[in-house]
Ligand binder design. Structure first.
Ligand code: ADP
Ligand code: ZN
Ligand code: ZN
Length: 732
């Protein structure tokens, strides 16, 4: 009797063995294929398990093996390629397989429900039916005829049986005998309507040609194209080619980049056959979209991070738009990077993957420069638009009102008066980041975190942006009872108030996660902005991602300095990306746009670089410094974190790990820490971290395996929460 090796939803980094369900013969069990789901007992619960393979013996104690309760699918739900991808991700990110495989399934199916079905009703054989010799049913010719038809074609529509004169009762009898089962058969993919694209300019043409040349088999392409250079147009034309070859395309976009505009462009070009995964989908709609991707009815699949695990019947092309975006990295639980998983997936599925951005991550740039990825560049804007002019506005000694200097306010006034739209960037929501007592110096801080409360005046509340805690805005200082409380620092809410007052004749739209709740808020705002009437847009980075606002003539960064002195080693890179993306919103229509950076440090090298160099040149400089320091992408980084209610215990645990693992580390691997995390207390837990640096992937992986194996074994690790983060984005 074969033994079933399953992934079971559990935090343990291992698979589990089960016996086939009661009543199943060894032969039948041998026919079970990886990728099916089973209902199995686990502890005191019943859970959904995922079959990974069959084995002849188990390292679990033979007598203790439990039986699976029920086979939920006869056909694999996901392909061998996708199974392999999950296996790779589980290994590479050192995450429990039982929490990785479910990522390839919608919630409904994780709970064990059956497919909703997207196709035509039909019938197919069970494993028992497949193995039955044709003569076995000789005594009832109708059943034998039905069986023969199924055995020759695999699956047959109910309508087809009707044409052959086989009635439903005959099929039901086969079902009762366990030989056949009803199912829905995928519609044969209809004709896809592809409307003609734009005539490409010479740069775009060259890129398209060279990606098309590599379309058979795996290749990874980095498309570095300045904002508005027509990257999306290239995606669309590559997808058109992919569909014409009968294949499907998977397009990943950043979390808040799923703009109605993007979708509209796809719909205008391709009509139907697009499955979109967005946060607003209900459980059943999500499952239907998943099924249509799996059976091939959906020709194009668009989604954020988690969509990278969507099954595809005929994968032909993967696209990762804005590939530098931090939202591709999951920050808790299964800490994967959807961009990196996409590259691996393309390799397993043998199809091209295209990473696109105006501001590529240093990781991708490094891979492109070293020849692992192919680099394609678009240096000019598509069509008529020009890149904007950039200037630093020295605000030293200049009076600021809600963060805005007089010369900037003049610029805003002039732009509005000449019928332009203005975009102001301030990456801090709320009214002010600090509430301080002017008499005694008390500062309002979150009870659960090492962080200050942000003032939200509209809601009359103090809110913690790290744990979500909120309190009423106090009238008096709890310390000295003075009423002399002052709001220190600047947030969008405050600047919005000032702008409304100062530019009363023009509408002011605030765009941040407080003001834009729900998918439709952004949608209606975008519609309003694209009517083109002059207005002021004030927002956080929500406003910068992927939007195409042709009416914006002036863009200003209110607090450039906030980005200058970051403690994160990615600070410089993030600043160059963010500023380039913000600036890229200017002048996408006809006239040349203007970008103003307010700063107290106009001579700072990062500001100077921004003014005089392309993103590409800046990125290469930053890359050279990272390489010299042995930091990613030149070296590898892995972070171990602990978080627990007692500050000492987590640190002791990491310390113990270090002492045990350090002597056996691969050469040139180093452990740094444990140290308290830069924000030590968050949501009531004390956080410590230990960093592993390694010269290359194999030694980083070897060291990580040692650390994880030991951490799982140590009794000290059981009572606390620890996690491992491979290629961390965020070291806080
Ligand atoms: P990106 O994705 O690089 O920001 P888009 O593909 O959105 O750029 O293109 C920016 C603008 O230029 C869009 O309005 C698009 O319709 C237009 N555009 C793109 N390619 C061309 C082209 N070959 N000819 C004319 N306009 C183009
Ligand atoms: Zn006080
Ligand atoms: Zn908090």
């Amino acid at each position: 009797m074969p033994i079933l090796r399953l992934a079971i939803p559990s935090p343990l980094r291992r698979t589990f063995d089960y016996l086939p369900p009661e009543g199943m013969t060894g032969e039948e069990a041998a026919g079970l294929r990886p990728g099916i789901r089973l209902r199995v007992p686990f502890g005191s619960r019943e859970v959904t398990g995922y079959l990974l393979g069959l084995r002849s013996d188990s390292d679990q104690e033979e007598g203790k093996l439990k039986r699976a309760l029920e086979i939920l699918d006869y056909q694999p739900m996901i392909s061998p390629g996708l199974l392999q991808l999950c296996q790779w991700a589980s290994d590479y990110y050192h995450h429990p397989p039982g929490e990785v495989y479910p990522c390839a399934f919608p919630n409904r199916l994780r709970k064990g429900a059956a497919l909703l079905g997207t196709g035509e009703p039909g019938w197919r054989l069970t494993p028992r039916g497949m193995g039955l010799p044709p003569g076995a049913l000789a005594r009832s010719p109708r059943q034998a005829q039905a069986l023969a038809l199924l055995q020759s074609e695999g699956a047959v529509t109910t309508a087809r049986f009707g044409e052959q004169g086989i009635r439903r009762a005959v099929l039901r009898t086969l079902q009762e005998k366990g030989l056949a089962e009803g199912c829905l058969l995928a519609h044969s993919p209809g004709e896809v309507v592809v409307r003609p694209g734009l005539a490409l300019n010479p740069e775009q043409t060259a890129v398209l040609r060279s990606v098309l040349q590599a379309r058979n088999g795996f290749s990874c392409h980095l498309l570095e194209g300045v904002t508005g250079s027509g990257k999306t147009e290239i995606y669309l034309q590559l997808i058109a080619d992919c569909l014409e070859r009968g294949k499907q395309a998977l397009v990943l976009i950043p979390e808040i980049g799923l703009t109605p505009q993007t979708l509209q462009r796809f719909e205008e070009r391709f009509g139907t056959g697009i499955a979109v995964f967005h946060s607003g989908l209900g459980e059943n709609d999500r499952c239907r979209a998943w099924e249509s991707a799996r059976d091939g009815t959906a020709r194009i699949v668009i989604g954020t991070r988690s969509a990278v695990f969507t099954p595809l019947a005929q994968p032909g092309l993967l696209v990762v738009d804005e590939e530098h975006d931090a939202s591709y990295k999951q920050q808790d639980g299964f800490r994967y990077s959807a961009r990196d998983v996409a590259v691996k997936r393309a390799q397993l599925e043998q199809c091209p993957v295209l990473l696109g951005s105006a501001t590529p991550s240093l990781e991708s740039l490094h891979n492109a420069l070293s020849g692992r990825y192919r680099l394609h560049q678009l240096t000019g804007r598509a069509g008529e638009a020009q890149l904007p002019s950039l200037e630093a506005l020295d605000v030293r000694c200049k009076p600021l009102q809600a963060g805005l200097s007089e010369p900037l306010l003049d610029g805003v006034g002039t732009a509005l008066a000449s019928d332009q739209q203005v975009l102001l960037f301030l990456n801090r929501r709320g009214y002010a980041p600090t509430l301080r007592c002017h008499d005694c110096g008390w500062i309002a801080e979150c009870r659960h975190c090492d962080a200050r409360f942000t003032i939200h005046r509209g809601q009359r509340r103090l809110r913690c942006h790290h744990c979500g805690a909120a309190e009423r805005l106090p009238q008096a200082c709890p310390h000295c009872h003075s009423n002399n409380l002052i709001a220190a620092g600047l947030g969008t809410e405050q600047t919005e108030g000032f702008l409304r007052h100062r530019f009363g004749d023009w509408p002011v739209f605030r765009v941040d996660s407080d003001s834009m709740k729900g998918r439709h808020a952004m949608q209606s705002l975008v519609a309003e902005i694209n009517r083109g009437r002059p207005c002021i847009l004030l927002g956080t980075q929500m406003l910068t991602k992927g939007h195409h606002f042709p009416g914006v003539g002036l863009v200003a960064v209110i607090d450039t300095d906030a980005m200058l002195f970051s403690a994160d080693f990615r600070g410089e890179e993030r600043m160059a990306q963010l500023l380039t993306q913000v600036a890229g919103r200017a002048g996408r229509g006809g006239e040349r746009g203007r970008v103003i950076l307010q700063t107290h440090y106009p001579d700072h090298p990062a500001i100077q670089a921004m003014l005089s160099e392309s993103y590409h040149a800046q990125a290469r400089d930053i890359l050279a410094r990272r390489t010299a320091a042995g930091m990613p992408p030149a070296g590898q980084l892995i972070l171990l974190r602990s978080d627990c209610v007692d500050a000492g215990i987590g640190e002791q645990f990491l310390q113990l790990l270090r002492r045990r693992v350090e002597p056996g580390l691969p050469p040139q691997c180093r452990l740094i820490g444990p140290l308290p995390s830069p924000m030590q207390r968050r949501a009531g837990k004390f956080r410590s971290q230990m960093m592993l640096t390694a010269p290359n992937r194999p030694s980083a992986q070897a060291a990580a395996s040692q650390l994880v194996a030991l951490a799982e074994e140590l009794p000290a690790g059981r009572g606390l929460k620890w996690s491992i983060d491979v290629d961390p984005q965020d070291i806080f």
